[in-house]
Design a protein around this ligand. Structure first.
Ligand code: SF4
Length: 340
């Protein structure tokens, strides 16, 4: 059953104005928004994916990736179909937009109670709204999120950061952490490859860092020759340091060819290394490389004395020396949530 949507208002001629994400679609009667999962029925906006969960299973929190949030814990990860972006290199394009654009929304009716119960059964410490864009299943996330909080679980989003401020305020009541994809630092890239804009994502990052208690990490997928120039990475990392702060981790993710970029090449490790150095030079205290098996740069080091604090092997935590959020060697505070 479609669920009445949140964050919209009635407009003229039975149109509705959705303000869940920065597209702010003005939707005529009988039509859907750009995400294709919110529909105007007779002047009322409905969520079409509330009762259609397409994926539900426990994952390491490191897979999100969130490295400074309850390390070594499991996060019960759910998704519905749909997205408000149309990224040409999407890793989950089948469930994000291919089928939805054809007018089909698949999934199972799993209630918030069942989701929270499953999370507890699997010994998870949080629920992750992930794989597709969680903003576009905000109604389900909110019902789960509030219930999860009552049961002592935390809630995390893995998101493209295209929420409006209204949506962030709405979620801030129950949302504990977010990893935002900062895909590039150019409007051209966002317009050409994602059918979206950069500026709203920058505003979300700054707003969350300065105005909420939501723990923030960001991720950039490096696409060869698209977003990996020194100059662009310098501007991106300087933005993170000055507008969010040096304590929020930045993940650099390696691209592997897929979807419309199937003929491309994987990101060279030299580019990832170069991005890492640029991030550190900009002043970021925690920079991580992802999708690079065996890399030492997936570990956490104390930014003050250089001590190895959390050793990771892929998504597993091999050791964690942090005590009371402090480096045991020099006593420096390490930013994050329930670090050890
Ligand atoms: S959530 Fe969907 S309907 Fe609402 S503004 Fe974004 S794309 Fe449009």
């Amino acid at each position: 059953m479609p669920e009445q949507a949140v964050l919209w208002e009635a407009a003229q001629d039975k149109k509705v104005q959705c303000f869940l994400c920065a597209h702010r679609c003005l939707i005529p009667e009988g039509k859907s928004g750009r995400c294709a999962v919110r529909k105007n029925n007779d002047g009322v906006l409905y969520s079409l994916n509330y009762d259609k969960v397409i994926s539900a299973n426990p994952d390491p929190i490191e897979k999100k990736p969130l490295f400074h949030f309850q390390p070594a814990s499991s996060s019960f990860s759910i998704a519905t179909m749909g997205c408000n972006f149309r990224c040409e290199f999407c890793q989950n394009w089948q469930i994000s937009h291919a089928i939805v654009d054809a007018g089909v929304i698949e999934g199972q009716n799993i209630s918030p109670e069942q989701i929270v119960d499953a999370a507890i059964r699997y010994d998870c410490k949080s629920i992750a709204y992930t794989y597709t864009e969680p903003t576009i299943f905000m109604e389900l996330a909110a019902d789960c999120g509030k219930l999860a909080r009552q049961k002592g679980l935390k809630n995390v989003f893995v998101s493209n950061g295209y929420q409006t401020k209204e949506a962030i305020d709405f979620a801030a009541e129950w949302l504990d952490a977010i990893n935002i994809d900062l895909k590039a630092f150019s409007e051209d890239y966002y317009r050409r490859l994602c059918k979206a804009k950069l500026q709203p994502v920058l505003e979300t990052i700054e707003y969350i860092a300065k105005n909420t208690n939501i723990w923030l990490e960001t991720t950039t997928l490096l696409l060869p020759d698209e977003n990996d120039s020194d100059e662009e990475l310098k501007r991106l990392t300087e933005f993170l340091v000055t507008k969010a702060g040096p304590d929020y981790p930045w993940h650099i993710s390696r691209f592997y060819p897929q979807y419309k970029y199937a003929d491309s090449v994987p990101t060279p490790t030299a580019s990832l290394q170069r991005a890492y150095e640029i991030g550190k030079r900009a002043g970021l205290r925690y920079v991580y490389l992802g999708n690079v098996p065996g890399s030492k740069q997936e570990n956490t080091y104390c930014y003050n004395c250089g001590q190895l604090l959390i050793e990771r092997v892929g998504y597993n935590v091999a050791s964690n020396k942090i005590e009371n959020s402090l480096c045991p060697d020099c006593g420096t505070k390490i930013a994050g949530v329930d670090l050890g």
